[in-house]
Design a protein around this ligand. Structure first.
Ligand SMILES: [Cu+2]
Length: 213
């Protein structure tokens, strides 16, 4: 009986693979007959975005690729939701635009450009990118001085999603990025605060997307 249920599960997995567009019609029969370990290997080797998921779709940490987009909170940032970031530099100015789809509807997110690439843990993306770096900031105590942690010296792209979970934001600053020092965009749980001692803070990190600026 164990063998039979294992076969059924394998069959169900195969259906999922085919539905995801990753199956090979000609190989279907062979895959059904493959031992479960082989199917598991195939499963983890699959590209992770869901069927029809747009580029930049969020995944769970651990499914590491070249350009990661991790969700740390599947309720707010479901697997398969997506954020695309465009950045244009011209004449010493930079415009960054965000387009989001599939996020939790009707809620706020604080959004910023961070310095490090996304990792399995929310803090991996490091502090905010600043044009003029706050001399008082340390790795343990990031800048919360409004003279530095503000939307002219950092990139802030706070959003409020509509009822479908979509949102757009755009910001323009009077500087260009230093190459390689801004590597991700982080979605936080709250709108970004601006007061002394809390400027730039926006609650927990819900998701992170690798972005080369
Ligand atoms: Cu941030």
């Amino acid at each position: 009986m164990n063998t039979r249920s294992a076969t059924l599960i394998a069959g169900a997995s195969l259906t999922a693979l085919v539905a995801a567009g990753c199956g090979n019609d000609n190989g279907s029969t062979e895959r059904v007959e493959a031992p479960p370990t082989s199917l598991e290997t195939t499963d983890t080797g699959m590209p992770t975005p869901l069927p029809g998921a747009p580029e930049g779709a969020f995944q769970l940490p651990g499914e590491v690729g070249d350009d990661n987009a991790f969700t740390y909170d599947e309720a707010a940032v479901p697997v398969g939701s997506a954020v695309t970031i465009d950045s244009e530099e011209q004449d010493g100015r930079t415009t960054v635009t965000l387009n989001a789809t599939g996020l939790a509807p009707n809620r706020d997110f604080g959004v910023h450009v961070h310095t490090q690439r996304c990792g399995p843990q929310p803090p991996d993306s490091g502090p905010h990118y600043q044009n003029d770096a706050d001399p008082a900031a340390t790795p343990q105590s990031p800048s919360t001085d409004p003279a530095y942690a503000n939307p002219q010296n950092e990139i802030w792209l706070d959003i409020t999603t509509d009822q479908s979970g979509a949102a757009q934001a755009s910001t323009t600053v009077n500087w260009e990025f230093r190459g390689g020092e801004a590597q991700s965009v982080v979605l936080h749980a709250q709108r970004t605060m601006t007061g002394p001692g809390q400027a730039g803070m926006a609650g927990e990190r819900l998701a992170c997307i690798d972005t080369d600026f």
